[in-house]
Design a protein around this ligand. Structure first.
Ligand SMILES: Nc1nc2c(c(=O)[nH]1)N[C@H]1C(S)=C(S)[C@@H](COP(=O)(O)OP(=O)(O)OC[C@H]3O[C@@H](n4cnc5c(=O)[nH]c(N)nc54)[C@H](O)[C@@H]3O)O[C@H]1N2
Ligand SMILES: Nc1nc2c(c(=O)[nH]1)N[C@H]1C(S)=C(S)[C@@H](COP(=O)(O)OP(=O)(O)OC[C@H]3O[C@@H](n4cnc5c(=O)[nH]c(N)nc54)[C@H](O)[C@@H]3O)O[C@H]1N2
Ligand code: SF4
Ligand SMILES: [Mo]
Length: 753
């Protein structure tokens, strides 16, 4: 067979780089970056090079459907045919539906933007349930909810190539986004100004002209103070703001509370630094704002994001070359959000209103919410307590919730309690270990996908390079096959998953673009022409059609319409927990919990790290490489991490990653209870009042050197199961109105997760 180079798209993380798959003698020889790809321009990483092949060929990969043969989590499985698996799953879903009603069936999915998110949501909706969980409440949910309320879902994308100033807040692209990192280094070489806001001395902070080492969780005070400086010194873009923003005077009033001296006290920064950052960002134009995960998944996340989005609006850095730009859509293309929000794929409103968390978090979960997905912690609680109603069956695909949701003990207890747990996956994760059925999933090189990449902007094709191994199927194929069995049993109430093959779905996504799948094959992408200033014709996606510095939607719903600083929950615990723990610091070799079963990745980083300042380490008798216990006030367990001494963190902060487990260890949790930071924290409140996001990133903690004889928590010893560690969300807020605008606004937003 002739050698070929197939242009494709890497999906091993949310960056979605253009790739070139080199095929020799019918086998994949190597994978490299695609220099011609409009979004990634050749950028690529160690995961993209190694992971697709390692996952494809992994010796432990499940290649056939498996049915549990022993107790949940006992690791005993029997091979069954797809027919048997699907028949029994359909039968048991039917039993749950008949006994408890459709709402008792729920889903969980990640990277929702992949077609698997559509397959999952629409299969569940067809069954009559709006309930599915996505990662975004732990991910970019606060930033995106904030952007929608403000009406400014503008991202930097490759405008970084033309910008003169970049403000990077709580993002570490050298670890999490190779494309952005490439652009930032180039911008710096070109002489652009870089301002980094991060408690940690990240690579961006090292590169920056100005590094603001903000105290964790206090960014809103910084942003409001910068806003104040802009107003005080007349540095705001009056022409833009007068024409395109509402609530200017009210914001000015609010920002007055945050004089640089006041904000300096809150943030730990110097007043002079705050003023300088404001001046530079306002005057060195055009400028871009990048908001990262560091300000998200926090209890004041939405208003913190809004504070920065308002700052951006005041500088007028909106949809002009070199500034944050609005969505660059290809007319007619349907992505995840189009399906989630399109009326023809929705359930009747009275059913959507029943979604778990919808009344409490209408801007997130309810019929008018951004995510139209559940409030995850409330689902865990519903499984365990039956409140607000029983959730008894869960279909999980493409997410390893035991390893990635905070409060692992509660997640385990909930999964064990279910009447039915089905997990589709390409490797045996701790989540899959608890399933009744494990369904074998395709891996990247066996899949075909079309995605929209706003950064580039382009449509990007992932090509099926090899046939699926064993009996692996794509999520779409699984969903369609399951739908047919459910339909045969009269269990489909709403025909919302109308396609009969994965390919048919992809063609439907493209149908109204005028571009055919075949045309994408040659280059692997279709470049979307840039078009600035689209808001001039259609306005911003808010009720006023303006950028709402004071949000009318929030105000009508009884929330504070203006961004404000609220002290983070972690400040409260007091002297027992003197340090702040940052979780989720990305490392290049891993994607959350993935690749712990890949030798190439484990060679790069063998154990979970805790980054500790050398002085703090000395004070605790901790040396480089020592094992250290970490505990937080709300956590049900303690976990053990390996100390890495570095002054990149301040002395009152420690930082770690996430997602750890050791696939080779015995027990269904494979070590997650011992070493995964989500076993030391909880999914409980404080929750952001608008999005419901849990405080999963900045948490009070204490550390102690671990002695060799101290036992580790395992699947056998785990305690605290059975009781959710948080109360029911109290009274619904019952807003008068909580309408969120049209889908096209949503699609401008960052797509992590
Ligand atoms: N290699 C790799 N890349 C990934 C992923 C992965 O798992 N591995 N995951 C992908 C996904 S889903 C996501 S969501 C993104 C996340 O990627 P990023 O948005 O870059 O998030 P982090 O890497 O967690 O970095 C967040 C930064 O915020 C800082 N920080 C913490 N608390 C605060 C705070 O209160 N204020 C401020 N200003 N900063 C703070 C941290 O020190 C850290 O440097 O990465 C994506 N890319
Ligand atoms: N404490 C703390 N917790 C966090 C975070 C944090 O910063 N701190 N970060 C949060 C964030 S931002 C995120 S996005 C989440 C990530 O949480 P997850 O989405 O659970 O993370 P992954 O480990 O990437 O899990 C993906 C799973 O899907 C499987 N998979 C991959 N591709 C496919 C596919 O095509 N189909 C199917 N069916 N399965 C597939 C993989 O094998 C893997 O098991 O974690 C969150 N959890
Ligand atoms: S950053 Fe790496 S893993 Fe992510 S899409 Fe690009 S090559 Fe793939
Ligand atoms: Mo994420």
């Amino acid at each position: 067979m002739a050698d070929r180079v197939i242009p494709s798209t890497c999906w091993e993380c949310s960056v979605k780089c253009g790739s070139l798959v080199h095929v020799r003698d019918g086998r994949v020889a190597k994978i490299t970056g695609n220099p011609d790809h409009p979004h990634s321009e050749g950028a690529f990483c160690v995961k993209g090079i190694n992971a697709p092949l390692a996952a494809l060929e992994h010796p432990d990969r499940p290649l056939f459907p498996l049915r549990r043969a022993g107790e949940r989590g006992a690791g005993r499985w029997g091979r069954v045919s797809w027919d048997e698996a699907l028949e029994e799953i359909a039968e048991r879903l039917g039993a749950v539906k008949r006994r408890y009603g459709p709402l008792a069936i729920c889903g969980a999915v990640s990277s929702a933007y992949f077609s698997r998110g559509v397959a999952m949501a629409l299969l569940l909706r067809s069954l009559g349930t709006p309930n599915h969980m996505i990662n975004q409440d732990l991910c970019q949910g606060c930033r995106n909810t904030g952007a929608l309320l403000t009406g400014l879902g503008a991202a930097a994308g490759n405008e970084l190539k033309r910008t003169r100033c970049v403000l990077v807040v709580g993002k570490s692209p050298s670890e999490s986004d190779v494309v952005q990192w490439m652009h930032l280094k180039a911008a710096k070489r070109r002489g652009a100004t870089l301002i980094a806001v991060d408690p940690r001395r990240t690579q961006v902070a090292r590169l920056a002209d100005l590094w603001l080492r903000v105290r964790p969780g206090t960014d809103a005070a910084l942003a409001l103070s910068m806003i104040h400086v802009l107003f005080e010194e007349g540095l705001w873009d009056r022409a833009f703001v007068d024409e395109w923003c509402v609530g200017t005077e009210r914001l000015r009033e609010r920002a007055r509370r945050y004089l640089p001296g006041v904000a300096a006290e809150i943030t730990g920064l110097g007043a002079g630094e705050i003023v300088e950052a404001a001046r530079r960002f306002a005057t060195e134009r055009p400028g871009c704002l990048i908001l990262g995960h560091g300000i998200d998944a926090q209890a004041n996340g939405v208003q913190t994001a809004r504070a920065f989005q308002c700052l951006l609006a005041l500088t007028g850095n909106v949809d002009v070359p070199g500034a944050n730009r609005m969505a660059q859509r290809l007319a007619g293309f349907r992505d995840y959000w189009s399906f989630i929000h399109a009326p023809e794929f929705r359930l009747p409103r009275e059913i959507e209103e029943e979604i778990v968390g919808g009344r409490r978090y209408p801007f997130w979960a309810g019929p008018s919410g951004w995510a139209k997905a559940c409030h995850n912690p409330s689902v865990i609680r519903a499984i365990l307590t039956g409140d607000p109603y029983p959730v008894r069956a869960l279909y999980v695909s493409g997410v390893n919730i035991v390893c990635t949701y905070p409060g692992i003990q509660d997640t385990i207890a909930a999964l064990r309690d279910l009447d039915l747990l089905v997990v589709a996956t390409d490797h045996m994760t701790p989540t899959a270990e608890l399933a009744d059925f494990v369904l074998p999933k395709t891996t990247l090189l066996e899949e075909e996908e079309v995605s929209w990449e706003p950064g580039g902007p382009c449509l990007s094709l992932t090509q099926r390079v090899v046939p699926p191994r064993g009996e692996a199927r794509t999520d779409f194929e699984i969903a369609i096959a399951l739908r047919d069995r459910l339909r045969a049993r009269g269990l489909i109430d709403h025909e919302l998953l109308p396609w009969n093959s994965h390919r048919e779905f992809l063609e439907f996504q493209l149908r109204d673009t005028g571009i055919r799948l075949e045309e994408l094959r040659e280059r692997g992408f279709y470049e979307i022409p840039l078009n600035y200033g689209s808001y001039r014709a259609k306005g911003f996606p808010t009720p006023s059609k303006k950028i709402e510095l004071a949000s009318s939607l929030l105000e009508e719903a009884g929330y504070d319409p203006l961004p404000d600083y609220v002290p983070p929950g972690y400040i409260r615990p007091g002297p027992d927990y003197p340090l702040t723990l940052l979780t989720g610091i990305r490392t290049m070799a891993y994607h959350h919990s993935r690749f712990r079963n890949h030798a190439w990745a484990r060679q790069i980083l063998a154990d979970p790290e805790l980054r500790v300042h050398p002085e703090t380490a000395r004070g605790h008798g901790i040396g480089e490489g020592d094992w250290v216990w970490i505990e937080t006030p709300g956590g049900k367990g303690r976990v053990r991490l390996r100390a890495r001494l570095t002054d990149e963190v301040p002395s009152d902060v420690v930082a770690t990653g996430m997602g750890w487990w050791y696939p080779e260890r015995p027990g269904f949790d494979h070590g997650a209870l011992a070493v995964n930071v989500d076993a030391a924290i909880r999914y409980g409140p404080p929750w952001d009042p608008i999005s419901g996001s849990a405080e999963a990133r900045n948490i009070a903690c204490r550390i102690r050197r671990a002695e060799a004889e101290e036992r580790l928590e395992t699947a056998e010893t785990v305690s605290g199961l059975g009781e959710p560690s948080w109360p029911a969300p109290s009274e619904p807020r019952a807003p008068r109105r909580a309408e969120v605008p049209a889908a096209e606004a949503i699609e401008a937003l960052p797509q992590d997760g």
